[in-house]
Write a protein that binds this ligand. Structure first.
Ligand SMILES: [Ca+2]
Ligand SMILES: [Ca+2]
Ligand SMILES: [Ca+2]
Ligand SMILES: [Ca+2]
Length: 619
């Protein structure tokens, strides 16, 4: 708990200002005082690793949804009588028109009642207008009614440079080819993906065999059919703490997963069986990501399973995978429990050069935090990291490591919301609507719960599901786009806080897959060494900005940025001035570098360096 007068109570003036003047881009903002967190002289802090007072201030996360012009609304039935009504709501950031500004796609899902009456739910694509507002371009784009939509992820399946959109559905997947003119074409059938007809949830593109073309993994949840649904409260698996609730997933049949190899001609071949990632156990799959967990140059695949052990498949780089979930330590909790694994966040949060995993969970559990110790071995650090205590009692979904304060250390953001509206009547303290959680990276492997110290917006209870992180306004500050199951999304923007430096990289593969999925950047600024990776999918059924963003603290330049291309080649860029966007093409180094748009930079008070020299070394 924050000390009275130091933590929560010092927020009052800030909150008051926020209430009186809802802030947003393109409006005149009242000055927002930065929030000074209490000094960290607690038992968790390693002596000599104390951070200075300046870096302890944190921005307020302000709800700017109203000022963006986004008026999307996700359908939800009031009683949530069936599990198929509870799981939708992924959000994808996709710069579909390649103007350098992230656009936003929200998935939508009808209720069972609506479906039985032939009614559909409209998903929506919003174009980023570069001025803090967005325009609904769904009709022109032709992406409004893909299916009973769950989540979405981004990949460039035909390697033409235009990012394509994959929507997962209750009933398969829909692949939208980006035509490059603001329109999309549903190519599911011609791509050979229409045989996927089960309840698809997670989807992730990744070039597992290194041929330069992104392959596609799709996880599936339940073997569930509208004409054969177990009735609300009808058995033991449809009761929660003594009250009647929707049935499942416990007690229901699961559905296998699929891996599709990209044939480089616009089609895919189902290789689920021979690859070893087909989920013969039929677990309740949710989110998936591709990532090289042992830095071996070969892609591995991680899949969360709801109420069942996760899958970690170690890849051999040629298309065979070995399930190493149990020996690696990420299948179960430390105590051997099967947990309700949902969203996936990844980060080199300790700056050791290894990507660790954080998985969101159900209310009677806590978020599982698996530290990557190298050699495909992970340690469950949920409790010692401080995350366990802070996440118990919430049902977590979208999660991400994100450096909202640009100090070079990634913090943790988790969005929550219960599954059963009925918990409100239980009097147990559980609520259907839940606040969001924010944890500050204390730079020593532990995190501090600052959920109540970053403004009023994230304390507003909602029923959240998907969440994506990106620099929506190209000013070096990372926003969070939260999709709620019930009602409107919430877009959160950091305001105030320290004026730290940052740098952003957009990578383009030439020999590697064009979107540079799973390429990495290792950025060195003085003694600050960070690792970022381009990832398709993740969080909860969502897609974050494909650009790699690093906060730099007070470093005004990056001394060395090593671009680690998927084929193992390393391209080294030196002496990069901070507070800029670098576009890097494989083999060609930096092809452009841009400061934030002038007006925006001025408005947000970003300081910019003056030295322009950039030297590029290619291998
Ligand atoms: Ca755009
Ligand atoms: Ca494409
Ligand atoms: Ca491939
Ligand atoms: Ca940070």
């Amino acid at each position: 708990m924050p000390k009275p007068g130091v933590g929560f109570f010092s927020l009052c003036p800030v909150l008051l200002i926020s209430c009186l003047f809802p802030a947003g881009i393109g409006q005149v903002h009242p000055p927002v005082a930065s929030l000074t967190l209490e000094q960290q002289g607690n038992a968790n802090t390693v002596p000599g690793k104390q951070t200075n007072a300046a870096s302890l201030s944190y921005p307020e996360l302000v709800d700017i949804t109203a000022s963006t012009g986004i008026n999307f609304e996700h359908f939800s039935s009031p009683e949530q009588k069936f599990i198929v009504e509870s799981m939708s709501g992924g959000v994808a950031l996709i710069d579909y028109d390649r103007d350098g500004w992230p656009d936003i796609y929200f998935t939508n899902a009808q209720s069972v009642e609506m479906a039985l009456h032939g009614q559909k739910a409209r998903s929506a694509l919003y174009h980023n207008n570069h001025d803090g507002t967005f325009t609904d371009v769904t009709e022109k784009a032709g992406v409004g009614y893909p299916c009973w939509a769950m989540g979405a992820s981004v990949g460039d399946y035909n390697n033409d440079g235009w990012p394509d959109l994959l929507v997962t559905c209750f009933g398969g997947v829909v692949l939208y080819r980006n035509n490059g003119d603001g329109t999309f074409t549903d190519v599911t059938q011609e791509a050979g993906l229409s045989g996927d007809h089960m309840w698809a949830t997670g989807a992730a593109f990744g070039d597992y065999d290194g041929d330069g073309w992104a392959d596609l993994f799709v996880s599936h949840y339940l073997d569930f059919h509208l004409d054969d649904m177990a009735a609300f409260g009808s058995s033991d698996s449809c009761r929660y703490m003594g009250i009647d609730v929707q049935c499942g997933p416990r007690g229901l049949k699961g559905s296998p997963d699929n891996l599709y190899h990209n044939n480089r001609d616009g089609t895919f071949t189902d290789v689920s069986k021979k690859s070893g990632v087909g989920d013969e156990e039929h677990r309740y799959g949710l989110t998936a990501i591709w990532l090289d967990f042992q830095n071996s140059g070969k892609l591995d695949l991680f899949v969360t399973n709801d109420g069942q052990p996760n899958y970690l498949y170690q890849g051999d780089g040629r298309g065979s995978f070995e399930d190493v979930s149990f020996p690696s330590g990420v299948g179960l909790s430390e105590s051997g429990a099967r947990q309700a694994n949902m969203g996936i966040a990844w980060s080199d949060y300790t700056h050791t050069g290894r990507m660790s995993l954080l998985i969101s969970h159900f209310d009677n559990e806590y978020a599982a935090f698996y530290r990557n110790d190298g050699g495909m071995s992970f340690t469950d650090v949920s409790v010692p990291s401080g995350i366990g205590r802070g996440t118990r009692g919430y049902v977590g979904w979208g999660d991400a490591f994100v450096d909202f304060n640009n100090d070079g250390w990634q913090d943790i953001f988790i969005v929550n919301g219960h599954v059963y509206p009925q918990v409100d009547e239980m009097g147990s303290g559980l609520k259907y609507l839940e606040p969001k959680l924010l944890f500050l990276n204390q730079r020593n492997g532990t995190f501090k719960d600052i959920s109540k110290l970053a403004g009023a917006a994230i304390q507003i209870p909602q029923v959240s599901r998907g969440m994506a992180i990106g620099d929506l306004f190209n000013d070096g500050k990372l926003e969070a786009v939260v999709e709620n199951l019930k009602g409107q999304p919430m877009i959160l923007r950091p305001e105030g806080g320290p004026e730290n430096h940052w740098i952003s990289f957009q990578l383009e593969g030439v020999k590697s897959n064009r979107l540079a999925l799973n390429a990495r950047v290792r950025a060195t600024a003085g003694d600050l060494v960070q690792l970022g990776e381009v990832i398709s999918g993740g969080s909860y059924l969502s897609q974050s900005d494909l650009r790699i963003h690093f906060g730099l603290g007070d470093h005004q330049r990056v001394d060395k940025a090593e671009v680690l291309w998927p084929d193992g080649k390393v391209e080294t860029l030196t002496n990069l001035i901070a507070d800029r966007f670098y576009y890097v093409r494989e083999g060609a180094g930096v092809v452009s570098s841009n400061p934030p748009e002038t007006g925006k930079a001025k408005q947000s008070g970003l300081s910019r360096g003056t030295n322009d020299d950039v030297s590029v070394k290619s291998p």
